[in-house]
Design a protein. Sequence first.
Length: 262
Amino acid sequence: MLFCGSEKTLPRHNVGPQVRDYYLMHLVLSGKGQFLCMGQKYELREGESFFIFPGELIRYMADEKDPWHYRWIGFYGDGAERILATLRLSPQQPIARPNSSKRAAVLLRKIERSLSVAEPGMDLHIGGLMRMLLAHFAMDDVNPAKEEMGRTSLIEQQVASTIRWLTVHYSQPISMEQISHSLGYDRTYLSKMFKQRTGMPPTRFLTKIRLERAKILLKQQRLTVEQIAASVGISDPFYFSKQFKKWYGVPPTQYRKESAIR
């Protein structure tokens, strides 16, 4: 578990488009809003949840008249994808409803309090609470869109596998030829279908993953800009700084200073 929190958003409060390198679950306590993932738009309201998967380009926004209030939890781990898959949750089907949203909200509050306690065994305690939380999504009838899962197109599956591959290998030198060869797709076909679903070619999506990760590392003062560039797979620190400013409007050093002030 990484963090847990809650927010009562303002009307039309918007997050993204962005890519995370961890899992993030939101439980809507009240109000409503929209969640966009893999070119699909989902309308959510009280009692429903949406899951963000690593490497997915997402965006979500509160309703103009009835903005949502939600709780969230961020997590990662080797077993996370497997556990979510058993719950029939994936980038193609990121929406679910727990069989008891009130109980799920209580568990999220307990996890949030526990994360601030530094005691022996607390990690095990929090892990147990998290499993209890996910168990509320295990019922056969809790997924409001489960009938759509069987209709996932082959293209969406291929795009999802490409995104997962990029998320795992982003720190390595990667070319378009290597991406297509590793995944067994024709280069032209891969670029076309990927851009059709995400709005950008794989190489640009890779840059976004790298720079999102760099933003996190820049908040850790122990790494230099050169070290961060190398950590996210960009060997030239000058090119890294140029791309970072192009995407975010400020160079990495300025972003680090502003983040420290906040």
